[in-house]
Design a protein around this ligand. Structure first.
Ligand code: ZN
Length: 156
């Protein structure tokens, strides 16, 4: 773990790494040590930087959760990284969305309506958590369910 042992306010080199919030012995400002989950590094933050780090942490866990959903549908770490390279965006949530669409293509080729139903349902949950309308995805999930039932009936 590489750490920058300087006060975020005055830049003075600290002789000791603060484990809890502490005052800089030179400028007297309060320093907040916080773990940055994305990089697994401890950062020394100013008070006004705390909210930003919190948002960063929430985003980190949001992405981590939805990435594992993609993996649950069979996407590999390599495929995800390739998608990340291909997706021209600075928002990783767009990569998650592209991941879902890639899975839709794969399972459509196999006519696996059961999995398509589940993927569209997950997409609806993802949209809901992002504050977007999930209705289109829910509709598609239901359509896949009907197709799956039809497919089952045809086999009998
Ligand atoms: Zn200082």
């Amino acid at each position: 773990m590489t750490i920058e042992q300087v006060c975020p306010y005055c830049g003075i080199k600290l002789d000791r790494w603060p484990k809890i919030k502490s005052r800089c012995r030179i400028c007297g400002q309060v320093i907040y040590p916080r773990l940055q989950f994305r990089t697994n590094k401890i950062l020394l933050l100013k008070k006004e930087e705390l909210a930003l780090n919190e948002t960063d942490t929430e985003e980190y866990f949001f992405i981590k959760k939805w990435k594992s959903v993609l993996m649950g549908f069979g996407m590999t770490e390599t495929e995800y990284e390739q998608l990340k390279q291909k997706t021209e965006t600075s928002y990783e949530s767009d990569v998650i969305w592209d991941g879902f669409n890639q899975l839709i293509l794969e399972y459509s080729k196999k006519a696996d309506f059961g999995q398509l139903q589940n993927i569209y349902y997950s997409m609806a949950l993802f949209e809901y958590e992002e504050g977007r309308s999930p209705f289109q995805s829910l509709k598609l999930s239901n359509q896949m369910r009907l197709k799956r039932l039809q497919q089952k009936k045809n086999k009998e």
